[in-house]
Every structure is written in C-alpha cells, then in structure tokens.
Design a protein around this ligand. Structure first.
Ligand code: FMN
Length: 451
C-alpha cells in the first residue's frame, strides 16, 4: 500500500511530516486560451483528435500523476468561436475510453451531468469505462453551469434544485452498481454456472426525479463504486460533496479561501459519519510556466488579451449583480453595495468568493476587475518559473490548504511540459509526491481504502 506520509523536511524544516499530494491534470485545452492557440506549435488543429490527448495522458502517466480529468460543458457559446476554440470539445467519456487503451496506470476522471443525463445510461457508461481501464475510472459529478436549452423546455433549474436532483441521481447510480455486483459472476466452466442470479436484483426506484427498475446490465468492476469528484461550493454543493465526494475540484483563488473550504468540508464529512480525510480538497492550479519570469508574464497577458474591460464588467454583473461601469476605477467596493438577492443561477461558488473578498478586503474596482474569479474560473494562479511555482505550492502545503491540486496548464504547451518534466520531479525530491505508482486503480492512487 502506498505511503501516505513522508518524513522529508521542507525548506527550513518548518514541517516534519509532509502529506503526499494528489495531482491530476485537466485535459481541457486551457493553454489555448486568448491568443495561445495562435502559437505555431500549439497543435490547435488536433483539438478534436484522439492522439493529441493520448500524448498528454502518457506525459502525465510518466510523471506518475493520480489522474487525467476532462471537464465538460453541454452548450456552445458561438460568439467566442470567432477568436478562440472556447468550450467546443470531444465527449469526455468517449475520449477517456480511447486513452484507457493507450495507458496502463493513470486514473481517468470523466465529467457527467446529473441534471441532463439519465442515470441508467451514466451507471452503465461509467462501469464500461471502469472495466475497459481495469479500475481506473472516476466520475466528476456536475450539476452543470448551463445547457438546459439542449435538453428540455423552460429555465435552468436553480443551483439548489440541481443538487436535490443530483442527490437522487447519485443514489440511483449507486444502487444500479450494487444491483449487479461483480462478485455475482462465477464463470464456473465445470458446473456451467456463469453467475449467481440471486445476487443480482432490481432496484425498483421511484423518486421525485427518476423511475428506474434495474438491474444494470453490466456487473460492477471489483464490486466497488467509482471514485467521485465534485465541484460547486454553495451551501447545497458543500452538503452534497461532504456526503458523497472522495475529492473536490475547488475554485480557490488564495490560501484563505482554500482553507475555509477545506476546513468546512472536512468538518461536514465528519458530521456525515465519514473520516475527515475521506474528502480530498484539490484546488484548480492555473499555471503559466516559462524559462524566465518575463516570458511567463507575457504568456499570462496573452491568455487574457481578448478579455476587454466591458467583458469584465459584464462578468462582475453576472456574478454579483453589480453594474460598476460608471464608477471611477479607484473606487473601493464595500459590502453595502452588494444586492441582497442571489443573482447567479450558474454558480454560487463564484458569487460567494467575490462577496467574501469584498466584505473582508474592500478592493478597488480596478483590483476587482483583475481577480481570477473575473478573468478566469476563480482558480489559484501561478505565473513564473518552475522554482516560483514550487515556492507557492510549498506555501499552500505548509498552510494545510489542500490535499493536492488539479493542474490547469496555461499559456502554452511548453508550460505543460515544464510542469510534467521539471516541476513534478521537484515535488518528488521534496517528498511531496510519489516517485512511482504503487497501485493500479484510481481508488489505490487516491488511497480511498485507507480511510
Ligand atoms: C471549479 C468548478 C468546476 C466546475 N466544472 C464544471 C464542468 O466541468 N462542467 C459543468 O457542467 N459544470 C461544472 N461546474 C458547475 C457545478 O457542477 C455546479 O453546477 C455549479 O457550480 C453550481 O453549483 P454552486 O452553486 O455550488 O457553485 C463547475 C463548478 C466549479 C465551481
């Protein structure tokens, strides 16, 4: 079994025991953002080709990362396509199935919406990916940021309604996995018994959102549920995550936000009767790495080149319901300016992050317009050399702000290469990351059965 802790000293010996990080790589082409795709070696023409992602997954596997992970959206903003690929992408589960055939150890986490898919199909697809990858599949269970127009008439359900449905969805999928346990397979050639049908049963689920009889028509790989990743940190999102998630993909722009989320989710997991270590907090780490700081800052600026001031004002208005266009840029935003009602249907996570910042720090409008929650997705951002990145990661480790992170490469493919080829080996040298895999499944990489 993998060592959960190493006794390597960090820097000046501030800590005597270090937790080994869990690291995943996002396969969403974040390095193409802004003008990044216009680089001659960006490989943007391969955006919808399997081999490109297989190359990336092999690189991540060589670095012994826990998993590759594919975020997803079920809608298309056509306006952005004039100047960038936006969110157009391959179906994540189909893509990861092809990667499964070309890799051996790395975990494969797909994104599937509990708001728009039928649970029977999802239970079956996930177990299929799990069998095809020999137990390496994981599920990022999302309630979706949008896309209602592609599935039904009417408005997007509120974040709370989506989580209520997600709870039932998750229960149905788990019951379907239990309905045909892998252990029911006997494959006894001598006696002619293929399976013990008494261990296979219907689920007869009749709920508010779903009617499903079952059983599922594929057995569960090793009779285990798949590891679950969750994102979304509103009160309903946190309640859902603390009850079911093995890991949380967190939008946490700074150590304070990450610690608040981590402490809260660990406490809530305990209230659910789980170990506090059963829920791993993995902030997104959006990095712009280059051989020099100057180059890294150029990459960062280029990634946001197309983000006009008007677009930033629009984002603030969507997230907070505040129109700041007519105020001077050095005007401080204070909590009393915030509307009382929640305006965001998409995600309360970003609304709450900005509300907390405004309450605690009263940023100027100029500062607000350059925040990660406004220019990006609210993730921790590192711009610099691999040495700079190491210092920042060590700070987060020392602060106990995370259990690992999900790498979101920014700026260029070279930035991703520096991450896998240089930064990860530095983390290994510091005792913060594994030298080699000791298990074969995603459950083993995430140490799920150690809790
Ligand atoms: C960091 C983060 C990543 C997310 N990734 C996805 C995604 O890949 N696909 C998707 O449909 N929704 C995604 N979501 C949306 C959530 O599943 C959820 O629907 C939304 O955040 C509303 O929940 P909240 O109010 O708790 O934020 C993401 C949300 C966050 C905060």
């Amino acid at each position: 079994m993998e060592e959960a802790f190493s006794s390597t000293f960090l820097g000046d010996g501030v800590m005597d025991k270090l937790k080994q990080l869990h690291i995943g790589l996002s396969l969403s082409a974040t390095w193409l953002k802004g003008d990044g795709w216009r680089d001659k070696d960006s490989r943007v023409e391969e955006l919808f080709m399997g081999d490109f992602y297989v190359d990336l997954a092999k690189k991540a596997e060589k670095a012994k990362l826990d998993f590759v992970f594919k975020p997803d959206a079920l809608f298309l903003d056509t306006k952005v396509l004039d100047s960038s690929p936006g969110w157009s992408s391959l179906d994540p589960t189909v893509l990861l199935t092809s990667i499964a055939r070309e890799t051996e150890r790395i975990g494969l986490i797909t994104t599937i919406s509990s708001t728009f898919y039928p649970p029977y199909i999802v239970a079956r697809q996930l177990q299929s990916l799990n069998w095809i990858s020999n137990g390496r599949a994981g599920w990022n269970i999302v309630t979706s940021l949008g896309g209602v127009e592609n599935f039904m008439a009417g408005e997007m359900p509120s974040s709370q309604e989506r989580y209520a449905q997600a709870e039932e969805f998750h229960k149905v999928v788990n019951s379907l996995w239990d309905s045909f346990p892998g252990l029911s397979l006997l494959t006894n050639r001598k006696t002619g018994h293929y399976a013990d049908h008494q261990k296979i049963s219907t689920i007869d689920h009749v709920g508010e959102f779903f009617h499903v009889e079952g059983p599922l028509n594929i057995p569960s790989y090793q009779s285990h549920p798949l590891p679950l990743l969750q994102a979304g940190a509103s009160p309903s999102g946190r309640a859902f995550a603390s009850a079911i998630a093995d890991a949380v993909f967190a939008a946490a722009p700074d150590i304070t936000a990450a610690k608040e989320l981590r402490n809260d989710l660990r406490a809530k997991a305990q209230q659910e009767g789980r170990s506090e270590d059963a829920i791993r907090i993995l902030p997104g780490l959006y990095f712009f790495l280059a051989d020099t700081r100057e180059e890294a800052f150029k990459l960062h600026a280029r990634a946001h080149a197309n983000l006009s001031k008007e677009k930033r004002y629009e984002t603030v208005q969507t997230i907070l319901g505040l129109n700041l266009r007519d105020m001077p840029l050095d005007h401080k935003i204070t909590a009393d300016l915030l509307p009382n009602d929640d305006v965001s249907v998409r995600s309360q996570t970003h609304t709450n992050l900005l509300k907390n910042l405004i309450t605690e720090k009263q940023p100027t409008i100029e500062e607000l317009l350059s925040r990660p929650e406004v220019v990006g997705s609210g993730h921790w951002v590192i711009v610099g050399t691999v040495e700079d990145a190491l210092v920042s990661i060590e700070e987060w480790v020392e602060a106990d702000a995370m259990d690992g992170f999900i790498a979101l490469p920014g700026g260029s493919l070279h930035s991703l290469e520096l991450f896998c080829d240089k930064l990860v080996p530095m983390l290994v040298d510091k005792g913060l990351f594994r030298k080699d895999y000791s298990g074969n499944t995603l459950r083993e990489h995430l140490l799920i059965d150690n809790q």
